[in-house]
Design a protein. Structure first.
Length: 192
């Protein structure tokens, strides 16, 4: 009986501490995004942190003689719906599973890249090795991007998207559709 009482007592003492920690953690997580609800605008520009890291990526790739071209930045809801229709109700191949509002491109959090060859022609050939270091230029760019904090669509097992780079700031598409946006601290120029 004494043992049982001791266990009970220690739980009574530990529980408030655990609850306090959980609340603190929750508040910390909440700081990472702002909730704009129904008024949340659809971004017409890249998120500043994505923009900054995109530019760093271009510089880093240039330093190893890879000419990266950003082919898609932010995409409007209408543009996304048109793209979704492609291969379904309009001609062409299916290129996306995301309807308008379901892509990180709709929130300024994703970019697509390609590589400009020495002759000026843009290629989507993931084997191309223009800088002659026996490594795929495409994968070299993906590695640089991942080091900068991007998620690479080429790592998606079910529907790989080799041109796609995104930063989700811990937000799901569902949360974005519900008006949540990544917090941004202008002073540190970092996602909070
Ligand atoms: Zn993309």
């Amino acid at each position: 009986m004494k043992r049982l009482r001791n266990i009970l007592l220690s739980w009574i003492m530990v529980t408030p501490v655990l609850i306090t920690l959980m609340i603190a953690y929750n508040n910390k997580m909440d700081e990472r995004y702002i909730d704009l609800g129904d008024d949340a605008p659809i971004s017409s520009e890249l998120h500043p942190v994505v923009e900054k890291n995109k530019n760093i990526l271009l510089e880093q790739a240039d330093a190893i003689n890879i000419d990266v071209v950003i082919t898609v930045g932010t995409r409007s809801i209408d543009e996304q719906n048109e793209l979704y229709a492609q291969g379904r109700t309009t001609s062409g191949n299916i290129v996306t599973n995301a309807r308008g509002g379901e892509s990180y491109h709709n929130y300024g959090l994703a970019i697509d890249y390609a590589i400009r060859q020495e002759n000026g022609v843009i290629t989507w050939d993931t084997q191309y090795d223009g800088n002659n270091n026996r490594k795929s230029d495409w994968l070299e760019v993906a590695d640089l991007a991942k080091d900068l904090g991007f998620e690479w669509g080429g790592d998606w097992g079910n529907f790989p998207d080799y041109a796609h780079l995104q930063m989700d700031f811990g937000l799901s598409i569902n949360q974005l559709q519900n008006g949540k946006r990544p917090a941004y601290d202008k002073n540190t120029e970092e996602g909070a």
